[in-house]
Design a protein around this ligand. Structure first.
Ligand SMILES: [Zn+2]
Length: 96
């Protein structure tokens, strides 16, 4: 039995890696399917953006693919729910 342990360990490891990647892919897909800011506000009847799941108004603003991406994804600081997306005008970068 003990000689199968390394194999079982590897199978377990691959299974967890697969689960992790699956969850990550799912969240990436959800981000791209989020409503736009205006649609989100109308759909939930808010004047100011707030989380529809827990009601907090502290929100996280992240780039879709990187920190400087102009496609912004907004999620809740408190419960991590994905809320909406919006397009930010490209930053003017000073090279000096
Ligand atoms: Zn929340």
């Amino acid at each position: 039995m003990s000689r199968f342990l390394p194999v079982l360990f590897l199978i377990g490891l691959f299974f967890f890696m697969w689960l992790f990647l699956y969850a990550h892919q799912r969240r990436e897909k959800q981000k791209r399917a989020l409503p736009l800011r205006e649609d989100y506000l109308v759909a939930h009847g808010h004047d100011e953006p707030a989380c529809f799941a827990c009601g907090k108004d502290q929100l996280k603003d992240e780039g879709l693919t990187s920190g400087r991406d102009t496609r912004r994804i907004v999620s809740c600081e408190g419960c991590n729910t994905l809320l909406y997306r919006y397009e930010r005008p490209a930053e003017v970068v000073d090279d000096e």
